[in-house]
Design a protein around this ligand. Structure first.
Ligand SMILES: O=c1ccn([C@@H]2O[C@H](COP(=O)(O)OP(=O)(O)O[C@H]3OC[C@@H](O)[C@H](O)[C@H]3O)[C@@H](O)[C@H]2O)c(=O)[nH]1
Length: 358
């Protein structure tokens, strides 16, 4: 980790004359048992869908990984391959409570991300985004760690600009049912920049667009997992509204690649959009899933959900230019892998017939 302000000698800066951030960064850069090849990395929300894939990548790269997760939506079994590994630790902890750890990097992902889950306890969701992020930024400041915030495309709300570039300020309802998440993440971004300006905390902000892949919880309510699980069970695909709303779906391994690149790129704060720019309507997605899973019963239209964004597509010019990153996996391929994993989990083995289909 680079030490700035002329403090790159091995000698410890004089604690009486140096600001705290200089001392913290000196300590981080000179910590024993650490190197660029073997960093100590904290992943909050590391037992979740994206978090657990990120943990796999960090462990494969040879880092020491600490996962902090409340297991509200995360699943410990996603971490099973690493339990018992000497480079891995799991701590069941809610980030709304402070925690003290010594690490070089913090990937701060902790927060329910499915609209169904984040609306379930809206006050808890906003606390997680605000107090949880404050706690993690305080920790980063204290120990001189770099912090990457998993922000979201939801900061753009129901966008009036399409596709969305990072300089677009968004169109967000501050008092709606989704506000706990989208306003919560907007405040989390604000906090990151305030800690950066005021305390020189080294921050990275990733605006993550819709992501899918193996290990999505089959009933987490998001569209790709819903459609695949419904199709495998021989049920109808539930399309909310007229299905003309659009999203752009990124395969989880591509996203993890973007997160790791962003974390390890110097002299950049973001925000940076990370997502697949290929846009689909929900009806197109439904047809794609039906083609792959013929036992699917058909489509059932349900009322739209409040404040549902009508369109969403990332402009990823910044990620291409600054990180040399762009998604590699087309939706059709990613869906095949996801269907395979859902089948391996036994989803659809016992056809429910609950909605009268099949
Ligand atoms: O069964 C379903 C589920 C969802 N949908 C629709 O599919 C679209 C996508 O819905 P999802 O719940 O998958 O995800 P959303 O885009 O609403 O929110 C997501 O945005 C990006 C991330 O930050 C989060 O994963 C999540 O908040 C919405 O228009 C929704 O109404 C259906 O038509 N049927």
């Amino acid at each position: 980790m680079p030490v700035t302000n002329g403090e790159d000698s091995d000698a410890c800066p004089d604690p009486r004359s140096q600001p705290l951030d200089v001392l913290a960064r000196w300590r981080a850069a000179h910590a024993p048992n650490r190197s660029a090849a073997r960093r100590r990395v904290l992943v909050t929300g590391g037992a979740g869908f994206i978090g657990s894939h990120l943990v796999d990548r960090l462990m494969q790269l040879g880092h020491e990984v600490i996962v902090v997760d409340s297991l509200f939506t995360g699943r410990k079994e996603y971490l099973a391959p690493w339990l018992g590994n000497l480079r891995f630790e799991f701590i069941r902890h809610d980030v709304t409570e402070p925690i003290v750890l010594e690490v070089d990097q913090i990937y701060h992902l902790a927060c329910p991300a499915s609209p169904v889950h984040y609306k379930y306890n809206a006050i808890k969701t906003i606390k997680t985004n605000v107090i949880g992020t404050l706690n993690m930024l305080g920790l980063a400041k204290r120990i001189g760690a770099r912090l990457l915030l998993a922000s979201t495309s939801e900061v753009y709300g129901d966008p009036l600009q399409h596709p969305q570039t990072e300089d677009y300020w968004g169109n967000v309802n501050p008092i709606g049912v989704r506000s706990c998440y989208d306003e919560g993440k907007r405040v989390a971004e604000t906090l990151c920049f305030d800690y950066h300006r005021q305390h020189h905390v080294d921050i990275r902000i990733a605006r993550i667009f819709n992501t899918y892949g193996p290990r999505m919880i089959e009933n987490d309510g998001r569209v790709v997992s819903n459609f695949v699980a419904q199709a495998l069970r021989g049920e109808h695909l539930t399309v909310y509204g007229d299905g003309q709303q659009t999203r752009s779906f990124c395969y989880v391994n591509d996203l993890v690649d973007g997160l790791v690149r962003l974390m390890n790129t110097d002299d950049i704060t973001g925000p940076i959009n990370l997502g697949n720019p290929t846009e689909f309507s929900m009806l197109q997605l439904a047809h794609c899933v039906r083609e792959k899973i013929p036992q699917c019963a058909g489509i059932r239209f349900l009322p739209p959900t409040p404040d549902d964004p009508s369109k969403r597509q990332p402009d990823i010019a910044c990620a291409r230019q600054l990180l040399g990153w762009e998604p590699q996996v087309p939706l059709s391929q990613g869906l095949d892998w996801m269907v395979e994993e859902f089948r391996a989990r036994g989803i659809g083995d016992k056809q429910s017939g609950a909605d009268g289909a099949c």
